[in-house]
Design a protein around this ligand. Structure first.
Ligand code: HEC
Length: 133
């Protein structure tokens, strides 16, 4: 992850020096598999954001979670602020969503989601992590 940030910083520097070619840069970021692409200014343009949001909207997540406010569960922005940039975030959070559990944000437990596919849950987590403020 660190390496990625360094190379992004270098890319930005090179782009700035050579007059910049933002279109090319954003194409490269779309091709990348990394979740939090810091050079994408509007995260809703990120394909991970769109795919993850669609899955979240299709499941029961939004009965307990909102983007910017605590509901029964923590606001997704709070979750993103806590975990974005951590190497283990996707593995940890996808496991937690499937297994359910409590204790991190309070005593109320999240219901388990054993019916969801691991890949779909990971995609949801990628979307949530892009909400970092
Ligand atoms: C019944 C209510 C409920 C539903 C439905 C629900 N959640 Fe949660 N969620 C919670 C609660 C409560 C917590 C806080 C758990 C804790 O404190 O450990 C939480 C925590 C989380 C966290 C942070 C976990 C952590 O350990 O920090 C993520 C990410 C999350 N939910 C995503 C989802 C997604 C994605 C879905 C839909 C598939 C979903 N939630 C559905 C109630 C819910």
């Amino acid at each position: 992850m660190k390496k990625y940030f360094v190379s992004v910083a270098l890319m930005a520097l090179v782009a700035a020096c050579s007059g910049g070619d933002e279109k090319k840069e954003s194409k490269e970021s779309e091709a990348s598999e990394t979740t939090a692409a810091p050079e994408v200014k509007d995260p809703s343009e990120n394909p991970d954001y769109k795919a993850g949001l669609a899955l979240v909207a299709k499941s029961d997540c939004l009965t307990c979670h909102k983007v910017a406010e605590k509901l029964i569960g923590p606001a997704y922005q709070e979750v993103a602020n806590k975990y974005a940039g951590q190497d283990t975030a996707i593995a940890y959070l996808s496991k937690k969503i499937i297994a359910g559990g409590s204790g991190v944000w309070g005593a109320i437990p999240m219901t388990p989601h054993p019916q969801l596919a691991q890949a779909d849950v990971e995609q949801m987590v990628k979307y949530i992590l892009l909400l970092k403020q």
